[in-house]
Design a protein around this ligand. Structure first.
Ligand SMILES: Cc1cc2nc3c(=O)[nH]c(=O)nc-3n(C[C@H](O)[C@H](O)[C@H](O)COP(=O)(O)OP(=O)(O)OC[C@H]3O[C@@H](n4cnc5c(N)ncnc54)[C@H](O)[C@@H]3O)c2cc1C
Length: 380
């Protein structure tokens, strides 16, 4: 059964799967070791129509539905470099949508076609060295001076910082107004006063480049303000729903793949005269993980239906973010255990998955922050 996907989705799924298997997976060890992957890959994905799935056709997008995004994320989640997947999703669904959703027509015409063709790469800069969970407390400022805004401050942990050309940067335009004083700006790499520094090696997600941004009297044209001044927090709260949703879809698919690998391993491995998969404890462990993964997937499909219907998905997406990250981390731990000592060997994908997946209790809003959102909406 493939509900809710249509024949068109199935064709798209086959295209993304083929691309992942033939054009990505053979190179992932090299890119993981390099801590980055070639920028040209974005152009290739642009040619294949993967970078503007839900964007308006007038900018070169496909104008497709949320289920096409689900298909894309599920198949990209099966790339053996989850870091590469994360970087691509930061470009397609975590950064560029701010421009598509709220940008002026002039900004969209200038940047969206290049982003959709993969000629320019995007990043999103919300987190600061002083903290990521409390967005309203950010310290980077943007002061209006004539036809420019002058940016001062810094952002950290920024995915794609090394490869990106275009940065969506959150700044305080009214520092005394808390979350009501935040605005979003499009800042181009190379703008005087804008420096990018590579960050040290991460625990996982190695092929995804990251860096720290600093702005010192960095002058940005006033028409690079995205949407309205002081509305940035509200835009981010909406944008983060898509960010969390796509990340959950992708890493739940990665966890499904890790489980499939573990099943295969358990069916091959012989111990005490029988296959590891024949021990009841192993069978039940695998069945329990599949049950949790199915629950995670159904919660995600529920969120997709809310997005499709134009309803506020915040409560369900927050549940997805907390629940799917827990399930995926449990899958990683249990599947590594099934591999025994081989699970601790880098050549086995489960070792990389174990390192990669831990991020998802932290990135895009921590599990604690998700439970805070849910508790608030429960009225407690
Ligand atoms: C690999 C990676 C890539 C990233 N990419 C990006 C990116 O592209 N763009 C971007 O803007 N950011 C990015 N981030 C930043 C990420 O979103 C933040 O790390 C995250 O939001 C947490 O912020 P923090 O690290 O400052 O932790 P803090 O906010 O300092 O939190 C520390 C701890 O306090 C807990 N905590 C916070 N609030 C509460 C509360 N109310 N009750 C109880 N506990 C609480 C947190 O859950 C956490 O455990 C990335 C991070 C990583 C690791």
């Amino acid at each position: 059964m493939d509900y809710p996907f249509s024949e068109e989705h199935r064709i798209f799924r086959r295209a993304v799967r083929r691309f992942v298997e033939e054009e990505l997976n053979p190179h992932v060890d090299e890119w993981e070791a390099a801590g980055i992957f070639p920028k040209e890959l974005y152009r290739r994905m642009g040619e294949l129509g993967f970078l503007g799935i839900r964007f308006d056709e007038k900018y070169g997008g496909a104008g497709a539905d949320i289920w096409s995004t689900v298909v894309f994320c599920e198949e990209m989640g099966r790339c053996r470099s989850r870091g590469l997947t994360m970087s691509v999703l930061v470009h397609t669904d975590m950064s560029s949508p701010y421009l598509h959703q709220y940008g002026s027509e002039a900004l969209k015409e200038k940047y969206l076609p290049a982003l959709i063709r993969g000629e320019k790469i995007a990043a999103i800069a919300l987190t600061e060295p002083s903290g990521g969970s409390d967005l309203a407390a950010m310290q980077t400022t943007a002061k209006k001076r004539g036809s420019q805004y002058i940016l001062n401050g810094s952002k950290t942990f920024i995915t794609n910082a090394i490869n990106a050309d275009v940065f969506i940067v959150a700044c305080k335009t009214n520092p005394s107004a808390g979350h009501r004083g935040i605005s979003l700006f499009l800042v181009e790499r190379g703008t005087p006063g804008f420096e990018i520094e590579k960050l040290p090696k991460k625990l996982g997600m190695h092929a995804s480049d990251w860096g720290q941004l600093s702005f010192v009297n960095c002058s940005v044209p006033a028409d690079h303000l995205i949407g309205e001044e002081n509305k940035g927090f509200y835009y981010a709260m909406e944008g983060l729903q898509l960010e969390r949703f796509v990340a959950c879809v992708a890493f739940t698919a990665s966890a499904q793949q890790a489980l499939e690998d573990a099943i295969k391993y358990a069916q091959d491995r012989e111990l005490f005269g029988k296959k590891l998969s024949e021990f009841q404890i192993t069978r039940h462990k695998l069945a329990k993980l599949q049950t949790k993964l199915e629950a995670a997937r159904q919660l995600l499909y529920h969120a997709a239906r809310l997005i499709e219907a134009g309803e506020d998905p915040t409560m369900v997406v927050s549940m997805c973010k907390a629940f799917c990250a827990d399930v995926a981390c449990e899958v990683a731990d249990e599947c590594l255990q099934i591999h025994g000592g081989y699970g601790y060997v880098e050549e086995y994908d489960i070792a990389r998955f174990y390192r990669d997946i831990r991020l998802w209790k932290i990135g895009a809003g921590t599990t604690e922050v998700m439970y805070e959102i849910i508790a608030k909406r429960m009225g407690i």
